[in-house]
Write a protein that binds this ligand. Structure first.
Ligand SMILES: O=C(O)CCC(=O)C(=O)O
Length: 331
């Protein structure tokens, strides 16, 4: 994939004022903008450290870690990484850009960590969003995607076809359903939005986009979106897990966008792709479940045998056996 030759980066270290308006203008013109140096470096360091830790082990039986719904990527709840995720991805300037661009108040759609493993497969083809969850469908933008790069990213970066957002998805989400001349235009426009660690990419969901695939390099991003509140019945798209004590640190505006005053949710948790391993892989799920049950059955059997031996010994030697509570349960 060719690199984007357009001026899509807005460096907040280099602009004195009007950054929010400039970013909204780039979104309007190109459909995509990359915000650089928004968060403090220490905040990004902490965010990346916690993200790597979370991605180091699977969330088996409640362990803090990652999920997988398929073999291509690890995912996890973005905002459970820590308060740095909330502060960085709900930065008020990001909210202002999205609200300025969409022309009304926004609500969070979702926020996840996505670690594409770089397995040289094409599993997430280029597409556009048509705003199927909208209750009021009017022409124009309805949602803005957000992606944060947790490391410098070129191979496997997010790709976008600048200008295609202005078409307003006339033939749907799949570029292959478009007339040949439009497909040619999409392919000519598609380019790689390379970025640096900590860069935040915002994009109009109506433009054609997707990750560069297939690639052999892994990539970790935070991925989510914001949609216009009114056209979505003032509901968030999906339930977003956040620790209550982290919410307390957010401004009123950040809390509003997170959904604290929302009218509910459009997709219930059980229907969300993030938590769908058991539906996507029913046999493996059953196998793992049986294995874990067997392992706990065996552990319980071991305890029972030990207890029987102890009780037998106590009876034989004539003293009363005592049952001790484990230190962890006692805390
Ligand atoms: O992972 C990516 O680079 C693209 C994500 C995407 O296509 C989407 O959020 O719709």
């Amino acid at each position: 994939m060719k690199d984007c030759a357009l001026d899509y980066v807005l460096d907040f270290h280099k602009i004195e004022e009007g950054g929010v308006q400039l970013a909204a203008q780039k979104l309007k013109d190109l459909g995509v903008v990359c915000l650089r140096n928004l968060a403090q470096e220490q905040t990004i360091d902490e965010l990346v450290r916690k993200t790597q830790e979370l991605l180091s082990k699977p969330a088996v039986l409640g362990t803090s870690g990652y999920f997988m719904k398929d073999c291509h990527k690890k995912i996890s709840d973005g905002f459970l990484v820590g308060p740095e995720a909330l502060q960085t991805l709900l930065d008020e300037r990001i909210i202002d850009v999205c609200e300025g661009y969409l022309g009304e108040s926004v609500l969070l759609q979702e926020m996840l960590i996505k670690n594409d493993l770089g397995d040289n497969e094409l599993y997430f083809p280029m597409h556009a969003h048509t705003g199927v969850y909208r209750k009021i469908k009017t022409p124009g933008p309805f949602s803005v995607g957000i992606m944060l790069y947790t490391h410098d990213t070129t191979t496997g970066a997010f790709c976008y076809a600048p200008g295609t957002h202005l078409w307003d998805v006339p033939h749907g989400a799949d570029p292959e359903k478009y007339p040949k001349d439009m497909q040619d235009k999409i392919n000519q426009a598609l380019c790689r939005i390379s970025g640096r660690r900590g860069d935040v990419v915002l994009f109009d969901h109506r433009g054609f986009h997707g990750p560069e695939q297939p690639v052999t390099v892994p990539r970790t991003v935070f991925l989510g979106g914001f949609h216009s509140a009114k056209s979505h019945d003032y509901k968030v798209k999906s339930p977003t897990a956040v620790y209550a004590h982290d919410i307390a640190q957010l401004s009123e505006k950040q809390q509003r966008v997170l959904g604290l005053q929302s009218a509910g949710v459009l997709i219930p948790k059980e229907k969300m792709h993030t938590y769908s391993f058991h539906r996507a892989n029913p046999r493996t799920y059953r196998l793992v479940q049986d294995f874990l049950n067997l392992s706990f059955d065996l552990t319980r059997a071991k305890f029972r045998i030990k207890r029987m031996i102890k009780e037998g010994m106590a009876k034989y030697l004539g003293y009363k056996p005592q049952r001790k509570m484990g230190a962890q349960e006692a805390e």
